[in-house]
Design a protein around this ligand. Sequence first.
Ligand code: FE2
Length: 296
Amino acid sequence: MIELTDIAYVRSGVADLEGATRFATEIVGLELAEKTEDGVAHLRADHRHHCLALVQGTSGVLASGFEVADSDALALAETELESRGFRVTRGSREEARSRRVRDFVAFDDPFGNRLELASHQETVVRPVAFTRPAGITEFGHLCLDAPDVREAYRFWNGTFNARVSDWIGDAACLMRIDPVHHKLAVFRGDEPGLCHMNFQVESMDDVFRSWHFLQDHDVQIEQGPGRHPQSTAIFLYFLGPEGFTYEYSFGVRRIEDEAAWRPRTFDPNELGSIDMWLGPTKRVSTQRQAVATPVR
Ligand SMILES: [Fe+2]
C-alpha cells in the first residue's frame, strides 16, 4: 500500500496562457509565483511553491499530483505500481524542477487520469501575495472523473491509503488521506478529467463576497452558494477558462476519530443530498484529460 501524505498540485494545459493566468490571479485571487520562459505559469495559494501550473499548449488537464513522504517512499511506490501492472514513467530533472519537487513518477489510473507522485515539494515561507482578497487559506482538494466510482474506490483504496468518507450513491466517492473529510473525490463521468480544484477560504463571508464578485465579473456560477451535508462545507463552484472548474469552500468537516467514523451513503436524487440549502445541483463541468502526451 502506497501512503499519500498530501495532495500536491494540478497541472493544466491551456491554449491561452495569458487569459487563464489572468483569471487565476485577478478572479480566483491566486498569486502568480512564477512564469517561466517555456510557458508555465505557477499559481500559489498556500505554503506550497505552487499548487496549480498552467502549461501553454493543448487545453486539458495534464496531471494531478500527490505527495509521498520522501525519495525512498517514491522509489517503493514506483516498484509497487509496476508490480501491479502500471506503466510508470520517472520524471526528468527538468520536469521535476518545473514542478518544484525533488523527484516524481507519472502513470495513468485505470480510467485514464494521469497521476503523479512526487517527493519533497518545495515550501515557501513568504506570505502568499494574493492578487485579490478572496480569503483563500489553502489548496483544499481535487476531484477526478471515472465512469464507475466503486471501481475507482477499489483502485484508490487498494493502491493507496485513501479511505471513503461518504458515498453519494453511484455519483461520487469522497475520500480522505488525513483528517480532512475529503482531499480527493471521484465523480462519475464518462471521460477522464479533472472535475474541479478546490480552495478553502477563511469564512462563510468570503464565499458570499466572492459570489457577488464573480457575478459582477460575469463569471459563470456552476453551483452554489450551497452546503454539502457530507462535509458540511459551504461551497461555490464557478467556471474558469478552457473548461476548468474552481471551487471555494469553507468549513469542511474533519474526521479526528478514524475508528468511530462510518461512511454514509446519500442518494443524489433525494432532496438536499447534494445541497442542504436546496439550490440547483446540476453537475459541474469537467476539464477533460489532455490527450496523452509525454510528461510535461
Ligand atoms: Fe469539491
